[in-house]
Design a protein around this ligand. Structure first.
Ligand SMILES: Cc1cc2nc3c(=O)[nH]c(=O)nc-3n(C[C@H](O)[C@H](O)[C@H](O)COP(=O)(O)O)c2cc1C
Length: 175
């Protein structure tokens, strides 16, 4: 069994659901997964591996996720890490390959993740009122961002399986 931190940054809740599903996918495959917002994590030393994800606004990862990556860079590069972005929303037929959010190239350089996955996201307009979004983002969200849930749970679980398969299931190596 591996102890895995699934750390996420979510402004409106879409990414939180993905992080929870990844945690559940790891848990049902015999690992111990701890799912937390990036701001609730003080240390990553106790974990064997880390999954780090962020929602994407205006093609950028959320700042707390980037701060987390910077703050814990040494510990993150010392263990297996996977990244995910919770991105596009809407009914787009044949979207083609999805472009990485702006910061992902630098994160790949610095953290050397095993993988970076983009998952379709969700927007619940009711969550806007409880959110910390500023006036402009609220306006953009109401006007231009389609409401709905495009999260692909089978694809998310399949990715959790890939992660699970590359982590040791037995007792941590004694050597
Ligand atoms: C203001 C706003 C801007 C967004 N900009 C983008 C974007 O540039 N690219 C993208 O793929 N998705 C974009 N989205 C969709 C979000 O990434 C998607 O809703 C995601 O699931 C949000 O995650 P969060 O609520 O956990 O932060 C945007 C959503 C909002 C509300």
């Amino acid at each position: 069994m591996s102890k895995v931190l699934v750390a996420y940054a979510s402004r409106l809740g879409g990414t939180r659901g993905i992080a929870e599903a990844i945690g559940a996918g790891l848990g049902k495959r015999g690992h111990e997964a701890v799912v937390k917002t990036v701001t609730d994590v003080s240390k990553v030393d106790e974990f064997d591996a880390v999954v780090l994800g962020s929602g994407v606004f205006a093609n950028h990862w959320h700042k707390p996720a980037l701060e987390f990556a910077r703050r814990h860079e040494a510990a993150l590069t010392a263990r297996p890490i996977w990244l995910f972005s919770s991105g596009p929303v809407g009914n787009i037929t044949n979207p083609g390959p999805l472009a990485d959010p702006k910061e992902v190239a630098a994160l790949r350089e610095r953290l050397r993740p095993r993988d970076h996955q983009i998952f379709w996201g969700a927007l619940d307009r009711a969550a806007l009122d409880r959110s910390d979004l500023g006036t402009i983002s609220r306006f953009v969200s109401r006007r231009f961002i389609p409401e709905g849930d495009w999260r692909d749970w089978p694809a998310i679980d399949a990715w959790a399986e890939v992660i699970s398969n590359s982590l040791p299931l037995g007792a941590a190596a004694a050597v």
